[in-house]
Write a protein that binds this ligand. Structure first.
Ligand SMILES: Cc1cc2nc3c(=O)[nH]c(=O)nc-3n(C[C@H](O)[C@H](O)[C@H](O)COP(=O)(O)OP(=O)(O)OC[C@H]3O[C@@H](n4cnc5c(N)ncnc54)[C@H](O)[C@@H]3O)c2cc1C
Ligand code: SF4
Length: 403
């Protein structure tokens, strides 16, 4: 592995205007990292990556590389781009447990982070490195957010979450699990208890429904609820998945690993929202794809569809006369997520956007002074690297506010 990534590093042209870096949403200093790495300065390269993006090792695994860093490498023109993410994984993996925790001057101020996903963890690490006393709260018993409860283990081993837990401990970041804000505790309680500011990164954890008949039947599940604990669901042999986004791909691949014999993903048109890489993996795992199936209702037998008729250009020209009842032991709805509204209902003055997300100003502050927000709860379902980048920028605004 080390030798091959060295070959990969040697292929880097050290472009003066690195397109790979522009293609990376958090602008990882790719040429500099490669230089440090080639000169045998592994820890320096690791520090560069971590300082720029505390989620670096996770991103090296789960980013859509073809659309981001790798996809922008100039060597794409010659057919073989540098796969920087392999170098990033090696370096950041080595650095994560070995990094030295620098002693910083304490500010004497407490900050609360609600939500321990990539945005909350990035914010907590950045705030701690700037001398704030950070407490992270989460509704769940583990940190990680969708890294722990969404992305399947076969794509992102859960040991990474444990390693981040250790890192947080070493940095003196406190974690309070199983604490949902908007229930027994509210944001107002945090200000009462002396927190100088609050960072909200609660993500999108409410599955969107379709408003169709049958959604409450026992053979119907929501994609993110299924992924949070696949073993708790008895899906049977035949599984129908409604949706063709990345979550749907993870559901399909997980179901196939948990005993399903036949898994089909259904889309109403020919459009696939998932990245090509995820579609390819799902297909390799044995999932099937059906296009032009508009869901009407779900029965104990499975989903019922209106089946589209396509013209030669792939446009829908009409539907077949009779609806089609498909047999499936279980039907899983994976058609997107929205935020839960507990915080909005219990925080006076907290404003939503028209999509039910948290509204923020240009400084990432919500409509409540001192309460900042970032990540999926602000933008809707996005990516780990976007959440980390968002949190990084938001923390700078938060620090300006507190000082
Ligand atoms: C199945 C799946 C696969 C994905 N695959 C990829 C991928 O391959 N690559 C990629 O880049 N992105 C992927 N994503 C998207 C990515 O995981 C998210 O964009 C990212 O996790 C968002 O980070 P976040 O910190 O904003 O929110 P989250 O990760 O959702 O974390 C929010 C946290 O807030 C907590 N919380 C919620 N409400 C409360 C409350 N009221 N009180 C206290 N805590 C609360 C939750 O328990 C959770 O821990 C995937 C998402 C899913 C669902
Ligand atoms: S953070 Fe993601 S997009 Fe950026 S260099 Fe790393 S793997 Fe590529």
């Amino acid at each position: 592995m080390a030798v091959r990534i060295l070959t990969e590093a040697n292929r880097c042209l050290q472009c003066r205007k690195p397109m790979c870096q522009e293609g990376c949403p958090i602008h990882t200093p790719i040429p500099q990292v490669i230089r440090e790495f080639k000169e045998n300065r592994l820890m320096e390269a690791g520090k560069m990556l971590f300082d720029n993006n505390p989620m670096s090792v996770i991103c090296s695994i789960v980013c859509d590389h073809e659309a981001q860093c790798t996809g922008h490498c100039v060597l794409n023109h010659k057919g073989a781009p540098v796969t920087f993410y392999n170098i990033e994984r090696f370096v950041s993996d080595a650095y994560l447990d070995r990094m030295k925790i620098e002693q910083v001057e304490k500010k004497g101020k407490k900050v609360a982070v609600i939500g321990a996903g990539p945005a909350g963890l990035t914010a907590a690490i950045e705030l701690a490195r700037n001398g704030y006393d950070v407490t992270v709260f989460d509704d769940n018993n583990q940190i990680g957010g969708m890294l722990e409860y969404g992305i399947p283990d076969f794509r992102l081993p859960k040991t990474f979450i444990t390693r981040y837990q250790h890192l947080m401990q070493r940095m003196g970041i406190l974690f309070r699990p199983n604490t949902a804000f908007g229930e027994a505790l509210t944001i107002r309680d945090l200000f009462r208890d002396g927190y100088a500011s609050v960072f909200v990164a609660t993500g999108v954890w409410r599955p969107k429904t379709l408003g169709i008949e049958g959604e409450s039947l026992a053979n119907v599940h929501f994609g993110i609820s299924y992924l949070a604990n696949p073993a708790a669901h008895k899906l049977g042999e035949t599984v129908a998945i409604i949706g063709m986004g990345n979550v749907a791909m993870d559901v399909a691949r997980t179901a196939l690993r948990h005993g399903a014999q036949s898994v089909t993903l259904y889309a109403r048109s020919k459009r696939v929202a998932a990245s090509q890489a995820e579609v390819d993996y799902a297909r390799l795992d044995g999932a099937e794809f059906a296009f032009g199936y508009a869901i009407q209702k779900i029965t104990e037998e499975g989903p019922v569809f209106k089946v589209a008729v396509f013209d030669e250009d792939g446009k829908i020209t009409g539907y077949e006369d009779e609806p089609l009842q498909v047999h499936a032991d279980s039907t899983i709805l994976a058609v997107s997520q929205a935020p839960k509204n507990k915080l909005l209902l219990t925080t006076e003055g907290l404003e939503p956007t028209d999509r039910g997300l948290l509204a923020i100003d240009e400084n990432y502050m919500t409509s409540v002074p001192g309460v900042f927000a970032a990540g999926d709860v602000v933008h809707g379902s996005n990516t780990v690297v976007a959440a980390a980048n968002d949190a990084k920028v938001a923390v700078q605004a938060m620090i300006r506010y507190m000082s």
